[in-house]
Design a protein around this ligand. Structure first.
Ligand code: CMP
Ligand code: FE2
Length: 275
């Protein structure tokens, strides 16, 4: 938990971050989630990212990396990441099994660090909002205290805060029952720290860019199935898998862009009623 990852970034240059989320990989590469082969969609995303030829300083993986809790699924994730020569950090989602996740990723050279100092101007903090065995999220007292301590320790750094669960309603009632339950407690901590202006999550398998009491809250498409915005009941979307680029500028501003695959190859079985 306490390990810190220092990244060298050229003075004044933006920190370039790639977010990959909700890969939902299985041990067996042929397995599908709601009609989508998640190993193939993950690799299609990675190939499309390589084709963009964009430099990056860090990859962040924001949870639900495995669907079946196996070490092999995390190894598949790591094999994909190894195609980039860039450090990667991760946090758990509701579907993850942290003992296997931690050791399989660590063995594959992926750092368990939850605090990253990319250059002198920013810090990236990764929270664990998993409540084991259920889809909703919650931040433990330990997580909230850890966050507050890390923010107090570095008052001059701008902070990008990462967690799996969305702290604001996403507008899909079926998903909003699975949100971060104690977002008010997180809000109370963040109110003391005006340099935490950006939060980044996964979980909702759709792009969002919201204002949470003056902070920017970003959510990002999954590399596999997508959920349709503004639906009361479980509804899949036919938009393609995606990923997000972020640039953290020295003055504390952040620019970002969501990209998606161009092909309709990974359309899910829209008659599915859940998983
Ligand atoms: N039909 C459904 N109704 C409510 N929740 C569901 C349904 N199907 C799946 N879920 C849960 O909702 C979660 C949302 O995204 P996850 O990838 O965490 O995994 C999903 C499941 O745990
Ligand atoms: Fe997910």
């Amino acid at each position: 938990m306490e390990s810190l990852l220092n990244l060298t970034v050229a003075g004044g240059a933006p920190v370039r971050v790639l977010q990959i989320t909700d890969t939902h990989l299985f041990a067996k590469k042929h397995e599908t989630l709601l009609g989508v082969n998640t190993w193939e969609s993950y690799h299609a995303v990675l190939n499309a990212i390589h084709a963009q030829k964009r430099e990056c300083d860090l990859i962040v993986a924001t949870g639900d990396l495995a669907q079946d809790q196996t070490a092999a699924a995390y190894q598949h994730f790591a094999e994909g990441i190894a195609s980039f020569n860039v450090p990667c950090v991760w946090l758990p989602g509701n579907h993850d099994f942290q003992p296997a996740m931690y050791s399989a990723l660590q063995d594959a050279g992926i750092s368990p660090a939850k605090r990253i100092y990319p250059g002198d101007n920013w810090q990236i903090l990764l929270l664990d909002s998993q409540v084991f065995g259920v889809p909703h999220g919650e931040l433990s007292e330990f997580q909230l205290e850890w966050l507050e301590n890390k923010l107090m320790a570095e008052p001059q750094r701008h902070t990008l805060l990462l967690l799996h669960h969305h702290p604001l309603p996403a507008g899909c009632s079926w998903l909003d029952q699975h949100s971060l339950r104690n977002s008010a407690a997180l809000d109370r901590v963040l109110m003391k720290f005006p340099r935490v202006n950006n939060l980044l999550c996964g979980h909702i398998h759709q792009e969002q860019d919201l204002n949470w009491n003056g902070r920017r809250l970003l959510a990002t498409p999954s590399t596999c199935v997508q959920f349709k915005p503004h639906c009361a009941n479980f509804t899949l979307d036919t938009v393609a898998p995606g990923w997000r680029w972020l640039e953290l500028h020295a003055d504390g501003s952040l620019t970002t862009e969501v990209c998606r695959l161009q092909s309709a190859r990974f359309s899910p079985d829209t008659a599915s009623e859940g998983y």
